[in-house]
Design a protein around this ligand. Structure first.
Ligand SMILES: [Zn+2]
Ligand SMILES: [Zn+2]
Length: 296
């Protein structure tokens, strides 16, 4: 008599298995983010803003789903110093204005006062912000729409880029290996043999790249980091501070909350930025949805 198969123990990967160096953005990236933003809005002091961003994320998902392949492909060897999805790529620059118009319509933002030149200017500033070259000051709602459109185009292109499955990175990249932008923060994964693996998530295209844990990603000297969280929170969002460079990034822990989304959870925890800022640490990484007044 054949016995039913026993319950298999949880799979444990041998330690020789190297984690994927790069993770492409998911097909439902923005739909998940919209759901997360709605969840985080519950009882939040900034609920109307988070709910508006959720509607914007829904529109981003619709645009991503309908987006044509940019045709851009990754070469077999990854060169982090020459990312394929750089700001000057014509295939990317031509695509975002139409998406910008559809996103604005979806969340009732009037672009009548804008010219294509003024929108271009906003896009250039946004790409500089993503590259970590500018501070978020004086940005308004139209800038957030432009940022959302750029995210759709860059994430869509990153999805089709064809990242080598076993891509190896000689050294830990300081910026996104696909588009050259700065990270938004780090995510520490849980489950499926990925437990404890830390990835940086790109602020523009949402590609994730593997990063060593418990080491400052901002400077090469910070071999020790400390974690600060908000009292009474789940601990899913913590500020990783460095005593050497006095900078901090936010780290998002999936084992504390499996649905954590770096962009959404960052915006819902600006109180943490205030707390960490008061202790003398400076925020080092951009979030393209931080406008004037929201930044700590
Ligand atoms: Zn990127
Ligand atoms: Zn540091």
């Amino acid at each position: 008599m054949n016995l039913p198969p026993p319950n298999l123990p949880p799979q444990i990967l041998p330690s020789t298995v190297t984690p994927p160096a790069l993770l492409a953005p998911a097909a439902d990236l923005f739909a998940r983010r919209a759901a997360r933003l709605r969840h985080l809005a519950g009882g939040h002091s900034m609920a109307p803003w988070l709910l508006w961003l959720a509607d914007l994320a829904d529109a981003q998902q619709q645009a991503l789903t309908g987006l044509a392949d940019s045709g851009l492909r990754q070469a077999a060897t990854l060169d982090p110093h020459h990312p394929v999805l750089h700001a000057g790529q014509t295939a990317l620059r031509q695509t975002w204005p139409a998406i910008c118009a559809s996103l604005a319509a979806a969340v009732n933002v009037d672009l009548q006062a804008e010219t294509s030149a003024s929108l271009e200017q906003r896009a250039a500033a946004c790409l500089e912000l993503a590259a970590g070259q500018a501070v978020a000051a004086g940005r308004d709602t139209v800038d957030l729409i432009v940022a959302a459109a750029l995210q759709v185009v860059w994430s869509g292109a990153a999805r089709h880029l064809g990242l080598p499955a076993s891509s190896h990175l000689d050294s830990e990249p300081e910026s996104c290996p696909c588009c050259g932008s700065a990270a938004l923060g780090s995510i520490v994964r849980a489950g499926d043999g990925a437990a404890g693996l830390r990835y940086q998530e790109c602020s523009l295209c949402a590609t994730r790249w593997n990063a060593v844990r418990a080491r400052c990603t901002l400077c090469t000297e910070g071999s020790r980091v400390d974690y600060l969280g908000l009292e009474g929170s789940s601990g899913a969002v913590q500020a990783e501070t460095c005593e050497h460079c006095h900078g901090y990034i936010k780290t998002f822990f999936q084992d504390k909350d499996i649905n954590v989304d770096p962009l959404a959870d960052d915006l819902a925890t600006l109180a943490l930025d205030v707390l960490v800022g008061e202790q003398g640490y400076a925020r080092a990484l951009p979030n393209l949805f931080l406008g004037e007044g929201e930044a700590a």
